[in-house]
Every structure is written in C-alpha cells, then in structure tokens.
Write a protein that binds this ligand. Structure first.
Ligand code: PMP
Length: 435
C-alpha cells in the first residue's frame, strides 16, 4: 500500500520541478523503493499525510523536534518573534540569550557563532581550526556524516590510513586529499596517524555518538584516545553534536562522555524546527574568527530573530521539564516494549539505543561499532519492514542506516502501538518493495 493517491499525485508534480521530487535526497525513498508520502500537518508525535492518514512519527524531521511537532510554546515564541520583525541584520536580544545558554550548558564552550545549518557549522568549524592551527589536513571517520561541504564528502580510499576520495561527483579530488579517513573504533590506526603526521593535521572531527550510519556506539577508550592524541599533537578535536547536542544531555555527548572537545558543532535541536546551526569552542580558538581574527565566515540570516526564538523556547522547555531524564525513560520504555516482539523476529535483531536515539541492527551478533560492520543483508531486510510499519501507521526513516528519534511527545500508548505494528510486520509475508 504505502503512498496514497494524493501523495502519488503530488510526487508526480514534485518530480517535474524538483530533482527527484525532494529537497534532500534521503527523503526520496531510493533505499526502500516506493513513492514518498507527502505530508500536510503534524502535531506532537503524530504526522498526517495528504491522503489523511496518520502516523506515529519517529523521524521527527531528522532530529530537531525534541519536543514533538508544533509544540505550543515554540509556536507562540515564533509567532511573537514574527510580530516584532523577522530579521534585523544586526545583533538581537534573543540571539545573545540563546548564545549565553548554549555556552553555559556545553562543557568547555566559551563562545559560539550562529549559522543556518549543520553543514555550515561543520564547514566553518573546520575553517577556524585550520586558521587557528595553520595546518591544512583534517581527519574524519568512515561512517560519520558531517554535512555536505566539499572536504567532508569524502570516503575512505583503498589502504589502511587513506587519503580520502570524493564521495560525490563535483568534489575535486585535490580537496578530498586534504581529508584523511580512518575507521571508527581503531585506536591503533588513530594513534599511529597522529604520532606520525599530527603536525600536519588541523583537526579531527567525529560524531561522538555516530548516528548517520546506524547507531555506532563507540567504546569510551576510543574517544579518550582521540582526546589524548589530539592534545599531544596540537590538533583540535571537533565534536559534531548536530544530532547529539542538547538531546543526549544538557551538555550533549561531551557531558555524557566526560570529554571536552576544542570545538563543537550544533544544529537541529537548537533551532527548534527552524534552520539553525552553530559552532563554538574556547575563546583562544574562536578569536581567530572575523571580525576579531583572519578567518572569514558570515551569513545574512545567521542569528535571525525567528529562528533564535524557536531555539530559545525549545531549550527553555527542555530545562524546565528536565527533559533528558524523561527522554531516557521513554527510550527505556521503548526498549522494554519492543524486547518481546524482537524475540519473535524472523532474523536476529539488536535494539541499539543512546537516550532518545534508537536503531534496529538487523543482523546477528553484537551491534557494529564501525561502518564496515554493517552487512548488506541487514539493509535489504529493512525494506519490507519499513513499508509494513508505514501500512500500520508507524513512520520510520526511509533507510536502514538512519536512526529513530524519540521526543517528549511520544507517550506509552505510541510505544505500545509501535510494538504492535512491528509484531504485525514480522507476521506479514515478506513484502516486496512496491514499484
Ligand atoms: N552533522 C551531523 C552529525 C548531521 O547528522 C547532519 C545532518 N543530519 C549534519 C552535520 C548536517 O546538517 P544539515 O543537514 O543541517 O546541513
């Protein structure tokens, strides 16, 4: 079943005027087949498509909606801000208040600059790291996604420690050679690289809780080694907390892990559903940024009043509600609700979770810690599961490699319905992906 007639009709129109019919590629269902649903409205944990079908939403716009869709306080803050003028192109009160809050919540952060997406945040953090260290090379890890800036659209080449190769057409090979790609979870490879070539490396960037290639939970020893070796080499450690920031804890993954990076990048939650990103760090690094320093970075709508109001309202609710312990409880409740169902699955499944982020690893054995550990068969198993869940009113991401997001709006009833839908999916005859 999947997409209804109105979704299909809208997607036909969309494909004529938007490449692939979508404004961001993973929305196009290429990984799972079928026609994407077109949505009309959403509220709390539920989303409704143009055919009037309602779904429990575990995509949550890919992470920003930690309070759920259309939270009343966020809505009110946005409307009030619009009434005062949407953007001033000059400093504003809300922007300064949001910056103060982010700086006081996140370990080691002294200054932060706002941008309008996670991509801009990581791109700019790397530029300031290069400017501050006067080095050009950066290190990233296979399986981590940091947005679509040229030097980050790079995958491992052949060989152990490799120069990156462009993972997208349109990225010059010369750019990708400035990025070294390492496997996650390999302390020896990392230590060797930093000891041999650390003097060339400006920064090491990692999602401390990698959540863009499944949920690849890292060993504490690995992350500690990153901190130790970067410090020793004078290389800056960048935590990309675009997903984990203000979601896993008040101080993000840095607080949970007890590791303070030199720079951190944010997005998603800090914009409360509007386009916001940010990057920040110690003052001695951030002072290299224009206008104080020589590293140029700017944005017409950076820190605009509406986006800042949505972000500030979101963080206020998170703090007042002590949301992080509630989200952990919801995560635990989901784990408990799904456990008996997973035992009935036709193949082994591991439920992987970090707070309100979850992922179903559809293969035998311990959940993988590196991208190389995900079997192709696991991704193939996801397709019928995805479509069956959709038919039972549960919206998961249209890719086996994407995580699920819980929000404060997910109730025990939603979790129970998810468990029932999953049980039904396992009982259904294996469904081929619709054309
Ligand atoms: N970093 C991480 C860890 C992300 O998950 C994402 C987006 N999913 C980005 C950066 C890029 O953010 P944006 O899509 O807002 O450009």
């Amino acid at each position: 079943m999947s997409a209804g007639p109105k979704s299909r009709a809208w997607m036909e129109r969309a494909e004529r005027v938007i490449p692939g019919g979508v404004s961001s590629p993973v929305r196009a269902y290429r990984a799972v087949g079928g026609t994407p649903l077109v949505f009309r409205s959403a509220s709390g944990a539920e989303i409704e498509d143009v055919d009037g079908r309602r779904y429990i939403d575990f995509v949550n716009s890919w992470g920003p909606l930690i309070l759920g869709h259309a939270h009343p306080e966020v809505r009110e803050a946005i409307v009030a801000a619009v009434g005062r003028g949407t953007t001033f192109g000059a400093p504003g009160e809300t922007e300064i208040e949001l910056a103060e809050r982010i700086v006081s919540w996140y370990p080691g952060l002294e200054q932060v600059r706002f941008v309008s997406s996670g991509t801009e945040a990581t791109m700019s953090a790397i530029r300031v790291a290069r400017g501050a260290t006067k080095r050009d090379k950066i290190v990233k890890f296979a399986g981590c996604y940091h947005g679509h800036a040229d030097h980050l659209l790079v995958s491992a080449g052949s060989g152990l420690v490799t120069f990156g190769e462009p993972s997208s057409a349109g990225v010059p090979a010369a750019f990708s050679r400035e990025t070294l790609v390492l496997p996650l979870d390999d302390i020896d490879a990392f230590t060797k690289l930093l000891r041999e070539r650390g003097a060339e490396i400006a920064a090491v960037i990692i999602e401390p809780v990698p959540a863009n290639n499944g949920l690849l939970l890292q060993r504490a020893e690995f992350l500690t080694a990153l901190r130790r070796e970067t410090e020793r080499a004078g290389t800056l450690l960048i935590f990309d907390e675009v997903i984990s920031g203000f979601r896993l804890a008040k101080g993000g993954a840095a607080e949970v892990l007890g590791i303070t990076p030199d720079l951190a990048t944010f997005g998603k939650v800090i914009g409360g559903g509007l386009p916001v990103g940010a990057f920040g760090g110690r003052r001695d690094v951030m002072r290299h940024l224009a206008p104080e320093g020589a590293v140029y970075q700017a944005g017409t709508l950076s820190g605009n009043a509406v986006a800042m109001a949505a972000g500030l309202a979101t963080l206020r609710v998170l703090e007042r509600e002590q949301a992080w312990s509630k989200l952990e409880e919801t995560g635990r409740a989901l784990e408990a609700a799904l456990a008996p169902v997973l035992l009935e699955a036709p193949y082994p499944i591991a439920f992987v979770r970090a707070g309100s982020l979850f992922w179903l690893s559809l293969q035998a054995g311990a959940p993988p810690r590196a991208a190389e550990g995900i079997e192709a068969a696991a991704a193939a198993r996801y397709t019928p599961l995805f479509h069956s869940l959709l038919d039972h009113g549960v919206a998961m991401a249209p890719s086996a490699y994407e995580v699920g997001f819980l929000s404060l709006a997910h109730t025990p009833a939603h979790l129970a319905r998810f468990a029932t839908a999953l049980a039904a999916a396992f009982r259904a005859p294996a469904m081929a992906a619709p054309a």
